[in-house]
Design a binder for this molecule. Structure first.
Ligand SMILES: Nc1ncnc2c1ncn2[C@@H]1O[C@H](COP(=O)(O)OP(=O)(O)OP(=O)(O)O)[C@@H](O)[C@H]1O
Ligand code: SF4
Ligand SMILES: [Mg+2]
Length: 335
């Protein structure tokens, strides 16, 4: 039995790098820079960070839409990028992604039913009638009626389209789904319903999620563990409850303190840290700790030396020279 099977580890990422060429020939954009973590079966692994921090690039790599330029990514202990084209197509059925834009995966010229059965058609699974029935059953499971299934994307609401996208991702019975800002484009009034649907489906189909969002409330609500990304790097990783109660990295603390009212009072810092400045240019990452240009606690050393990625308490990792282990009854170690 492999190590992955023994530990139920579906995804393992080590020192992963994903770089893109910039506009000029000598420019490189490192969207993801030496990131590492693993995801267990049945877990919801949250990824939080501001715009441009590399969340979507990481998510796309996890489902093999973008190849790594360094480090490694393993599915069930095996490198999917080593598979040939036909093997990879088959393998990718198990690793699906749902995007923020409900229109992204729906062809405007196809009915909702046809869009949901299309992955089955491409994979050549079952007879035509079986594929139709399977697509209708999945649409029913996400509360879309046969009448709605006959419509085209422009004839249904954004929430209904996102339900169709979920059905389309589920119809191939995946193991892991990357949910990239899946509720961000939806009206706040239906976001909770949608998150509940994701939770129900996870139980029913034993799904594993990588749940990406810039909204800390959404991520904390659904995730077992959370990774906080800043500028291509993970700066903190830990169980969602612990990370929310005692954020250890100044960036996580700033994100939490900036959360508006819906965050329960006991989870909010008394003193709000307002982050100074914009995220730096991806073409010129700051030296040392990348957060030093915006960190309220930065000292000279921070711009000279990159912080170690250290396990500071069981299950809790952080990249800051000055972070301390969480102490009981303290809302913030740096406060
Ligand atoms: N195909 C690409 N070519 C060049 N640069 C890219 C490409 N895709 C992403 N990038 C760059 O990589 C960095 C990370 O982008 P990414 O979309 O992963 O961030 P994100 O955290 O998902 O942001 P958002 O919250 O806005 O969705 C950005 O600087 C972006 O411009
Ligand atoms: S290493 Fe320095 S700049 Fe980076 S987060 Fe810690 S205190 Fe802030
Ligand atoms: Mg994104």
């Amino acid at each position: 039995m492999s190590v992955a099977a023994e530990t139920d580890e579906i995804l393992r990422i080590d020192a992963l790098e994903i770089a893109f060429p910039g506009r000029r020939r000598d420019q490189v954009i490192k969207a993801v820079d030496k990131v590492g973590f693993s995801v267990r079966k049945g877990e919801t692994f949250g990824v939080i960070g501001e715009s441009g921090s590399g969340k979507s690039t990481l998510g796309r790599c996890i489902v093999c839409l973008v190849p790594p330029t360094g480090g490694s990514l393993l599915h069930f202990g095996r490198d999917p990028f080593a598979l040939n084209a036909a093997e990879l197509r088959k393998h990718r059925r198990s690793f699906q992604i749902i995007f923020q834009d409900p229109n992204a995966a729906l062809d405007p010229r196809m009915t909702i039913l046809d869009s949901v059965r299309e992955p089955l058609d491409v994979a050549g699974i079952g007879t035509s009638e079986e594929r139709r029935r399977r697509a209708l059953a999945m649409l029913d499971r996400v509360a879309l009626t046969p009448e709605l299934a006959r419509r085209f994307p422009h004839e249904i609401s954004g929430g209904q389209k996102q339900r169709a996208n979920i059905a389309r991702a589920l119809v191939l019975e995946p193991t892991l789904i990357v949910c990239d800002e899946v509720v961000a484009a939806l009206d706040v009034s239906i976001q909770a319903d949608m998150l509940n649907l994701f939770a129900d489906l996870q139980r029913e189909f034993a799904l594993t999620y990588v749940f990406i969002s810039h909204d800390l409330r959404v991520v904390a609500h659904v995730s077992d563990r959370v990774a906080v990304m800043y500028f291509g790097k993970i700066v903190e990783l830990g169980p969602a409850d612990a990370l929310m109660a005692t954020p250890l990295h100044p960036y996580t603390q700033a994100l939490l303190s900036a959360e508006p009212e819906p965050m329960p009072a006991h989870l909010r810092n008394k003193q709000r840290t307002i982050l100074k400045g914009e995220i730096p240019s991806p073409l010129a990452p700051p030296s040392g700790c990348r957060f030093h240009t915006r960190c309220p606690l930065a000292v000279a050393e921070c711009s000279q030396r990159e912080p170690e990625w250290r396990e500071i308490a069981p299950g809790r990792r952080v990249a800051c020279h000055f972070a301390n282990p969480p102490a009981p009854n303290r809302a913030s170690l740096h406060a």
